[in-house]
Design a protein around this ligand. Structure first.
Ligand SMILES: Nc1ncnc2c1ncn2[C@@H]1O[C@H](COP(=O)(O)OP(=O)(O)O)[C@@H](O)[C@H]1O
Ligand SMILES: [Mg+2]
Length: 212
């Protein structure tokens, strides 16, 4: 599958000028695209359009040539955010399991899937710990495992290593990139080290996307 955004325009109510003025972006399954740009340049807005959370005022989002609605985009994408929303008092396994069950897997299959995804991010041995006992980097890897178990073809990561030190962020990125070989990944980041690990880098400047 290929996700293609074409000529996106987004203007927030009351804003003097649009945030995006004809932004294009495409990502294939198996590919990772880094989005760089100054603070306030519209990186999160672009990601929100791809995830079906913001409806653009202009332009289209297509999957394999078919225009898709915001509701369809919400079903095709999984998020990895800087501020994580895990259930702190539940086990690591439960936090991943819930995403597998939401997807409609049987309980037994969901458990197998969740354990496999925790292994992929190096957290199998923490599966039965309460999530609040984990470090920031470990929690971020739980969030990656949860996104992966959703089985969605596109992953949207908004500054996934923004609050982590260098060594921890390397471990998180290993988890992200090893485990997402089949997904199309779009990563918003300030960090050139993150961009360096992506197959492609683009910049947002003055509301449009330009190749790096
Ligand atoms: N929901 C919103 N309503 C109004 N303005 C917003 C909203 N979200 C973002 N903005 C504004 O749009 C601009 C781009 O924001 P954002 O996409 O978050 O940029 P970035 O992620 O590159 O920092 C900023 O000026 C921000 O204040
Ligand atoms: Mg942002």
């Amino acid at each position: 599958m290929r996700l293609v955004a074409d000529g996106l325009v987004v203007r927030y109510p009351g804003a003097a000028r649009p945030v995006l003025v004809g932004a294009d972006l495409d990502v294939d399954e198996g590919e990772s695209v880094a989005i760089l740009g100054p603070s306030g340049s519209g990186k999160s807005t672009l990601l929100s359009v791809l995830g079906g959370l913001v409806r653009p005022d202009g332009g289209t989002v297509r999957v394999d040539d078919d225009e898709v609605s915001a509701a369809e985009l919400r079903r095709l994408t999984a998020w990895i955010l800087q501020t994580v929303n895990v259930l702190p008092e539940r086990s690591v396994l439960d936090n991943v399991l819930v995403a597998a069950l939401t997807r409609g897997s049987t309980p037994a299959h969901a458990r197998t899937e969740a354990v496999a995804r925790l292994e992929a991010v190096g957290l199998a041995d923490r599966a039965h710990d309460r999530t609040r006992l984990l470090s920031g980097g470990e929690v971020q890897r739980v969030v990656i495992a949860r996104a992966l178990v959703s089985g969605r073809p596109f992953l949207l990561a908004d500054e996934p290593t923004g609050q982590l030190d260098r060594a921890t962020s390397e471990v998180v990125l290993d988890g992200l990139f090893d485990a997402t070989r089949d997904a199309g990944v779009v990563v918003v980041t300030h960090d050139p080290a993150v961009a360096a690990r992506c197959t492609r880098t683009v910049h947002i400047l003055d509301g449009v996307v330009v190749a790096a």
